[in-house]
Design a protein around this ligand. Structure first.
Ligand code: PLP
Length: 489
């Protein structure tokens, strides 16, 4: 059967953006096939209007039979999810409008394919706990009746479990809606302090960078801490920034950069800041560090830190703010979470976060996972080094390099814009990112620019990030796909 030329026959399974994470994970091939059969892959090929899209249930079943609608239909364990989905052929019907006014129907043959996920830094593949409906916990934790008390107990137990993993006191942890809010709360609180001057590293996630710029527009002094070519802050770059901003009251320095994997020397930098007068509040975005590197929050002498559940297999929309001392905050409400993060608490999310922390962020789990991640990254980095058109970012990153997280890698391919490479890999079955997922549509690379990487290489960068269930075989397949793409692009 002939496939109409405007259809790309390699269909990546629909993935992401469902309460179940990746559909390809959650649905057996047959079900996934019926669900995606009428979805063309390429943006050009994608029907953009209702006309072009199949409208009847027969052409594109979107009903309950095709998509999992309940927790049972989803896999209950990351390992249990089918990662070896085999290519298969599916038949679909495509309807399209014609200039003559008639409607045409095409039979189209689609090929579903294996998917390999290398965008864990954007969001991890889901772990099992958050599929649980937690039916007994629907009460509002602030209510005094039995249902409320049950929810309160579950919430406080979750807090204690998270605190134990992080080695902090439960009363120092506040559940938030995620990493973005955990960064915003301490930053926004600066509006309540007179003449607060702030230092922010030049490679922060947009949730810090953009909020700091907003504070500057509102009149606060803002100074950026520069980074070396490897994307790391050194004592020298920190001291240079402090010289420019002697009245600094607040410094934000992330633990692990989400685009390059650069690991900051938080204890050394905090020591430098601690000796300052007036005292500096030290905030660290540890979103990409949790579960990925050993943490020592107390030992590092920080004042606050942020965490996000969905980077460690938990649900979106829940995170933690650790505060060594309570802050006066800008956003007020019903006083929940000690008034630090008002709003009815996400009890189920908090319990899921605690489950994921115990599973992936406990020191023993981190140790074992980091060691396996390093082994896999060595294979990847060595292979990329052998590819003539590939430049690692930064170029001098070694295959086993403690300056970088073994979970994230940035690399560029000469002559191929990062977005084109990411798209070609997507069509070949591999999910990778470019910058941070949230700024990937902005076509800007401020992190790479801060590292002095400009011009073509900055635009060529792609981010490859792995997770617990990644394997050497997947990495070998990724390398083979890159080599193949380079033969044609
Ligand atoms: N900080 C870093 C370093 C991140 O990578 C992200 C997510 O990409 C965030 C903060 C934001 O976290 P969330 O998506 O939970 O708001």
């Amino acid at each position: 059967m002939e496939v109409p030329p405007n259809f790309n026959t390699s269909i990546p399974m629909v993935q992401g953006n469902t309460p179940f994470g990746s559909i390809f994970q959650a649905v057996p091939v047959e079900a996934a096939t019926t669900r995606v059969e009428a979805v063309p892959t390429g943006a050009e090929a994608a029907p953009t209007d209702a006309e072009a899209a199949p409208t009847d249930a027969e052409a594109a079943p979107t009903g309950a039979e095709a998509a999992p609608t309940d927790a049972e239909a989803a896999p209950t364990d990351a390992e249990a999810a089918p990662t070896d989905v085999k290519p298969s052929i599916a038949l679909g019907i495509k309807k399209s409008g014609h200039s003559s006014g008639c409607t045409r129907f095409y039979f189209v043959l689609y090929r579903t394919m294996d998917r390999y996920y290398f965008d864990w830094a954007a969001t991890a593949q889901p772990a099992n706990p958050w599929f649980n409906p937690l039916t007994g916990l629907y009460g509002n934790p602030s209510s005094r009746h039995l249902e409320g008390r049950r929810a309160r107990n579950a919430l406080e137990e979750a807090r204690s479990r998270c605190a134990k993993i992080l080695g902090v006191q439960p009363g120092e942890l506040y559940f938030t809606s995620g990493g973005t809010e955990s960064n915003a709360i301490p930053l926004h609180s600066l509006l309540l302090r007179k003449n607060a001057a702030i230092l922010v590293s030049a490679v922060e996630h947009p949730s810090v960078r953009e909020n700091a710029l907003a504070l500057e527009r509102l009149g606060l002094g803002l100074t950026h801490i520069g980074v070396e070519r490897d994307g790391r802050i050194t004592e020298q770059t920190l001291l240079a920034a402090l010289e420019k901003a002697p009245g600094t009251r607040f410094a934000a320095i992330m633990g692990v950069n989400n685009e390059t994997g650069a690991v900051m020397d938080l204890p050394g930098l905090a020591r430098r800041l601690r000796s300052r007068k007036p005292p500096v509040h030290i905030h660290s975005d540890l979103v990409q560090a949790l579960g990925k590197l050993p943490l020592d929050i107390n030992g590092w002498d920080l004042d606050s830190a942020s965490f996000s559940a969905h980077k460690i297999g938990g649900p979106r929309g829940v995170g933690l703010l650790w505060l060594c001392k309570p802050l006066e905050v800008l956003d007020l409400g019903g006083g929940q979470e000690g008034g630090i993060r008002p709003g009815t608490e996400n009890t189920a999310g908090a319990v899921a976060l605690a489950d994921c922390m115990e599973r992936f962020a406990a020191p023993q789990a981190v140790e074992a996972n980091v060691s396996a991640a390093k082994d896999r990254w060595k294979v990847l980095i060595r292979a990329l080094r052998n590819i003539d058109r590939c430049t690692l970012i930064p170029e001098d990153r070694l295959d086993d390099d403690d300056r970088f997280s073994p979970w994230i890698l940035q690399a560029g391919f000469r002559g191929i814009p990062g977005e084109v490479m990411a798209r070609a890999l997507d069509d070949a079955g591999f999910a990778v990112g470019t910058g941070s997922a949230c700024s990937s549509r902005l076509h800007k690379r401020p992190v790479l620019e801060a590292m002095g990487i400009r011009g073509d290489l900055a635009l060529e960068g792609i981010r490859i990030s792995q997770g617990w269930s990644s394997s050497i075989e997947e990495i070998e397949k990724l390398i083979a796909a890159i080599v193949k793409i380079l033969e044609v692009l």
